[in-house]
Design a protein around this ligand. Sequence first.
Ligand code: HDD
Length: 686
Amino acid sequence: MTEDRTDPRDAIPATPPAQDGDRLTTAQGARVDDTDHSLTAGPRGPVLLEDHHLREKLTHFDHERIPERVVHARGAGAHGVFRAYGNAATVTKAGFLAEEGRETEVFVRFSTVAGSRGSADTARDVRGFAAKFYTAEGTFDLVGNNFPVFFIQDAIKFPDIIHAAKPHADREIPQAQTAHDTFWDFVSAHTEATHMVMWAMSDRAIPRSYRTMEGFGVHTFRLEAADGSTSLVKFHWKPVLGVHSLVWEEAQLAQGADPDFHRRDLADAIESGAYPQWELGLQVMPDDPSETFEGIDLLDPTKIVPEELCPVQKIGTLTLTANPTNYFAETEQVAFHLGHLVPGIQVTNDPLLQGRLFSYLDTQLTRLGGPNFSQLPINRPHAPVNDLLRDGMHQSAIHEGITTYVPNGLDDDRPTRSPQDAFVTYPTPVEGDKGRWQPVSFEDHTTQARLFLVSLSPVERAHLQDAFVFELGKCTDEGVRAREVALLARVDGDLAAAVAAELGLPAPEPRDVPDVAPSPALSQRPAEPGRVDGRVVGVLATDGADLEVAGALVDVLDPEHVVVRVVADHGGTVSGAGGAGLAVDRTLPTTRSIEYDAVVVPPGVAGTALAADGRVAVLLQEAYRHGKAIAAVGDGTDVLAAAGVPLDAPGVLTTDGAGALAAPLREALGLHRSWERLARLAGVTD
Ligand code: HDD
């Protein structure tokens, strides 16, 4: 006789227990009455070893940290969705790219490279742009940066460049920056870094926001279409809001005033419904056996293919719609890997890419404590998984059966294998002698560095020059500075001479420089006003001022997701001239100019204690120096004048009435900065 019993295995929770029920419990589910007092022998006696709750609590806490990423330690993530246009079907069979209208969940992590997890967001650095697509055919990771090139051509040098960029080994300074001897010692000796160094010294290295950054897959990938044809491609992310940067002083200020500047911006934008968007684009090139395009070696990660030679074809849109619920569980534990590939996307022989294929899996083993990291919620594929991997640290699946191998006769030879819809490595021919080779086509290190330089607008070039002066000025070794300046002379004689002069070095010997035509797509200087979502306008306010302007701006700019913030001399509310109250968003002690893309002075502020506060003058002067729109309504002009802001300067808007301000202010925000003013300040012609 069989008893009608339930299977006790059914009671095993499918997911790890967390926050189940209202009662506080131990990790074993025993209810807890007091978590604030240790078990002691009498009110003043020693703590007892017997206190299992205390020991569990402290032990768990002691192990709360995992090793931070050796690079890209500081990051911010978000969830979103990718929607394919369908036009990529001609080049790839990857369903998430090829099928019109197909939506795929994505998790993106943005990061800086050099700084540790607690470093500031606005350091001059490359930004990581890593996207995990949870496709129906398996997970695909596009692990890119906001620069299209890299410092080195071969992964074997990666530990060296990173050691050189990280803080000095003796004192562990400086944090999160390349403005020090070892970095410049390395890049001045490894001339292949020259192109990337130009990007790193440009405004691209200090983005205004993650939302206004381009992203690049950097390497050339091989796409495979349903008909078996292949092409060589480069991936691009194009931000719908345009590409915009901070200016250097602003980036430096933010490091103190708001070290979470980018992280906050991303989370606030998503929370307010100003969903960040990028279009994914492809540069598609023939899969020629030479693996070159117009003479550019496509396996060299220090080279771009100018968009003018091969336009970027947009194939879908990524929209970030949700912030992580838990930073550690999602942003910290997400594990990217270039080997996470799906049918239709193949790697090439780029030696940097090849080394990365090893490093990313390897690093997760230490960082996430073992080989089962793909079982962590954020790393779980959204496609069905049926692998033959078993056991190991942190195994949380309960596998069934005894046949952990194939072929097998005990389970009908399951799981089945077939090339149908599988990732099958594309058969590219390989031959050659084993050796540590340096391809001749990898030897030109200056042409594209110059291409980048000559493509910049005059203001961007001036900023780049200032960045060289700052960074090399922080190097103490004169030999390092001189070597870098000599290298610069191979890119541009004027730039090298100007940097040398500011450093107090002799002018470098003139060198022949390559003759290149500019690629206008490389400049960030906008030709016309773009979108303004998430931009912030600060309105100075004090009791008795005419605050109608704030309301007028909200009416016009709010539908475009512009945030209008009231900045006052006290918290709570300010009452305007008409008596109406306005909630205060920021007070002088807690704010700094970096928080605003434009500053507005309404009528009635002049002559008040607010206007006389030195911090208002600093705020306006910084906004002026940083090329931001500054507006004054009525006698607000007196406040600008008192702060030394020239009323006739470009980007300084003065009107009599609140209503007339919104349209010109919107236009100024759309241009990001007054480029004309920045040009005047830099002493160049725009
Ligand atoms: Fe890398 C992290 C991007 C070269 C080794 N890398 C990492 C991240 C990004 C990139 C965005 C952060 C991922 C995240 O948010 O978790 N890395 C790049 C790009 C490169 C590049 C665009 C050149 C084109 N990386 C590169 C090389 C190596 C590595 C040549 C080693 C041979 N990268 C790593 C790593 C990291 C990493 C050590 C640290 C944490 C991680 O992988 O998961 O394995």
